[in-house]
Structure formats: C-alpha cells, structure tokens
Design a protein around this ligand. Structure first.
Ligand code: CU
Length: 153
C-alpha cells in the first residue's frame, strides 16, 4: 500500500518536472547550415523569451576544408556587425576569427569545415527582449553574404 502510494507520488513529481522541459525544449534548439557557396540556409532565427538557454548547432553541408571555406556563427548587437567582422579577420583561424575577450561578441561557435558540425550554448540573460541582434560568419569576406537577423522575444 505504502509502496504503491510512493510510486504514484513519484510519477506525479516526474510529470511535473518533465512538463516545462517538454514545453520549452524545442524552440530553444536552433540549427543553421553553411555551404561551399558562402551561404547560410537561414536569414532569420527566432528564440522565445521562454527559453533560458539556447543551443545553436551549425552544420557545414559543403566539402571544402575550414582553411578555405570555414564557417562559424557569431551573435552580436546589430550595430556591431561591421566592427566585429573586421576585428574577426585579424584574429585568425586559431582564434576562430573572433578576437579573444571581445565584449561585442555575445556568443560564437568554432570555425568548421565541410562535413562537420558544432554547437554553442548560451544563456538568454545576455539578451534583451525585442533587441536588435544579428549573426554572422567572421571568416574573412564571408559576412557580406553570411549574416542574418536574430530575434528574441
Ligand atoms: Cu563562412
């Protein structure tokens, strides 16, 4: 009798714990692809304000190595796109084309080559609801085509 009641209680507790995870899990995962034509497959990404954390996965669907056609994903305030693209160029592949400690970079992935994927997880506490954000690839020359709007709210 006691054991059965405990099982029921445990089941209720599990359901209560799992519900918010199920509700929030899907929109908090983002995926974007880069290719050998210097393009992302998405020009806009949306994150719900219900997400406390976001995991973005970048997949390189091309074949070229990262030295020739590397891609990353860098999140910045919209006003900082050009400055971060320029600074990234000088940082080099060893730093994933992101200057170490650059405060304008809100989140970024590593640089990957064709056939590879990488993920970056960041807290949404760094974002403001309705703020103007953009993402870009900081591999030299790529940000002209590889950029998009990031919406949080
Ligand atoms: Cu790129």
């Amino acid at each position: 009798m006691t054991a059965r009641r405990n099982t029921l209680a445990a089941g209720t507790l599990l359901a209560a714990l799992a519900l918010p995870l199920l509700v929030h899990a899907e929109p908090c995962q983002l995926e974007i692809h880069g290719n050998d034509q210097m393009q992302y497959d998405r020009h806009e990404l949306l994150v719900s304000a219900l997400c406390q954390e976001v995991t973005l996965t970048l997949r390189h669907s091309g074949k070229l190595p990262k030295e020739a056609m590397g891609h990353n994903w860098v999140l910045v305030k919209a006003a900082d796109v050009t400055a971060v693209a320029n600074a990234g160029r000088g940082a080099g592949l060893a730093n994933d084309y992101v200057p170490p400690g650059d405060q304008r970079v809100l989140a970024h992935s590593r640089v990957i080559g064709g056939g590879h994927s990488t993920s970056v997880t960041f807290p949404t506490s760094i974002l403001s609801k309705g703020g103007a954000y953009r993402y870009l690839c900081t591999f030299p020359g790529h940000s002209t085509t590889m950029t998009g709007t990031f919406k949080f709210g």
